[in-house]
Design a protein. Structure first.
Length: 332
C-alpha cells in the first residue's frame, strides 16, 4: 500500500508543478461558449466552480509548491513528458474544460503515439463531449497497448476523503471502452469490454460494483438473461464501498433485496443531488425498461436530461443515448 501511495503522491506533485509553470496557458476558453451539444443539439455549458472547491484546489497547489519546488523543476520534468500531459488534461477536465483537455492529449500523442494513458484519458473526454466513435477508437487502442503489461492503481486527481485510489489503469481502460461501445450502439463489443473489466475488477469493492453494474446491464442488452441472473448471485452482500455506493445500491435493487425498490432509490437519489440522480435514475429506468415498462423508463430518463446539471455523468449520457435511440425528443 505504501508504494501505491508514494506513486499517488508523486503524480500529484508532477501535476501541480506543471500547473504552476503555466503549461495550460495556451488553451483559450470562453464561458459563454458551449462545451458541446447533446444528441438533440442542445448546448451544454460548463458549470461554475466556486466556494470551498476552488479554495481547496488553490491550497493544494500552494502546498505542493512549498514541498516540491526543490525536487521538481521545469527543466527536470521536461515539456514533452507524456505523463505531464496526462495530468494537465485531467486537471482541465476536472474544470469541465473537456475540449482543452482533448487538445492537450492530441498534442502529446503527436510525440508519444504508443502511450496508452493518453488514449485512455482522451477517450474518456471524447465520451464527455459526445464524440463516441472517436472515444471507441481511442479506448480500443488503449486496450491493445496494455496487453501483457502490468496493471497498477491509477491515482485520483480528486481523491476521496480516505485518500485511497479506487480503480486500476487496466480496469479503467476496459471500463471506458465498454461505455464507448455502449454509447456507440455496439452492445456486443461493450459486453466483451466489460467482461475484460470484470477480470481485473476485484482490486477493490468500488471497482467491482461499478463494473458489475454495467456488466449486468450489458448481459441483459445482449439477451443473456439467465446468465445475468446467475451473475447477480456472485455479487457479495457485505462490501465496504467508498465512492460507488450508488452502483452497489443498484445491484441490490437488481437482486431484489428488501428495502431497495425503484421508488426508494429514486427518492434517495433525488435528495442526494444531480450526480446520484443521474446514476440511479438511469439504472432504475433501464431496469424498468427491461421489465417492460418503457413509459416509466422514459419518464425517469427524461427527468435526467431535462433537469440534471451533471451532463458529463455516465448515467446522464446513457439516459441521453437510450432516449435518443427510442426516438424521444425534449420539449421545445
Amino acid at each position: 500500500v505504501s508504494v501505491l501511495y508514494c506513486t499517488f503522491l508523486h503524480q500529484q506533485q508532477v501535476m501541480l508543478s506543471v500547473l504552476l509553470i503555466g503549461c495550460v496557458s495556451s488553451f483559450v476558453w470562453d464561458d459563454r461558449t458551449p462545451e458541446c451539444n447533446d444528441l438533440w443539439g442542445r448546448a451544454l455549458y460548463r458549470p461554475t466552480i466556486t466556494g470551498l472547491q476552488n479554495v481547496s484546489v488553490t491550497r493544494n497547489l500552494e502546498t505542493a509548491l512549498r514541498v516540491y519546488e526543490d525536487d521538481f523543476s521545469y527543466s527536470k520534468i521536461g515539456i514533452h513528458d507524456p505523463d505531464k500531459a496526462v495530468w494537465v488534461g485531467r486537471r482541465l477536465a476536472y474544470q469541465w474544460k473537456y475540449n482543452a483537455a482533448i487538445a492537450n492529449y492530441t498534442g502529446s500523442l503527436k510525440e508519444h503515439n504508443e502511450y496508452a494513458p493518453l488514449y485512455r484519458h482522451r477517450g474518456h473526454r471524447y465520451l464527455s463531449v459526445r464524440e463516441f466513435d472517436k472515444a471507441e477508437d481511442d479506448l480500443k487502442k488503449a486496450s491493445q497497448l496494455i496487453t501483457n503489461t502490468k496493471d497498477y492503481y491509477e491515482p485520483d486527481g480528486a481523491p476521496n476523503e480516505y485518500n485511497i485510489p479506487t480503480s486500476t489503469f487496466h480496469s479503467n481502460v476496459y471500463y471506458h471502452h465498454g461505455l464507448s461501445c455502449l454509447f456507440s450502439g455496439n452492445v456486443k463489443s461493450s459486453l466483451s469490454a466489460f467482461a475484460s473489466a470484470m477480470t481485473v475488477a476485484d482490486a477493490n469493492s468500488d471497482q467491482l460494483v461499478a463494473t458489475a453494474n454495467w456488466y449486468y446491464i450489458l448481459l441483459l442488452k445482449n439477451g443473456l438473461n439467465q446468465k445475468a441472473a446467475e451473475f447477480l448471485t456472485t455479487v457479495p452482500d457485505n462490501l465496504q464501498v467508498l465512492e460507488n455506493g450508488d452502483y452497489y445500491t443498484l445491484l441490490k435493487m437488481y437482486q431484489g433485496v428488501e428495502g431497495y425498490t425503484p421508488e426508494i432509490l429514486l427518492k434517495n437519489a433525488t435528495a442526494a443531488g444531480p450526480l446520484s440522480f443521474s446514476t440511479i435514475g438511469y439504472g432504475v429506468g433501464n431496469y424498468l425498461s427491461e421489465k417492460g415498462d418503457r413509459d416509466q423508463a422514459i419518464h425517469i430518463m427524461s427527468q435526467i436530461v431535462n433537469t440534471s446539471s451533471y451532463w458529463a455523468a455516465f448515467g446522464y449520457i446513457a439516459a441521453e443515448v437510450q432516449l435518443h435511440s427510442w426516438g424521444w425528443k425534449p420539449p421545445q
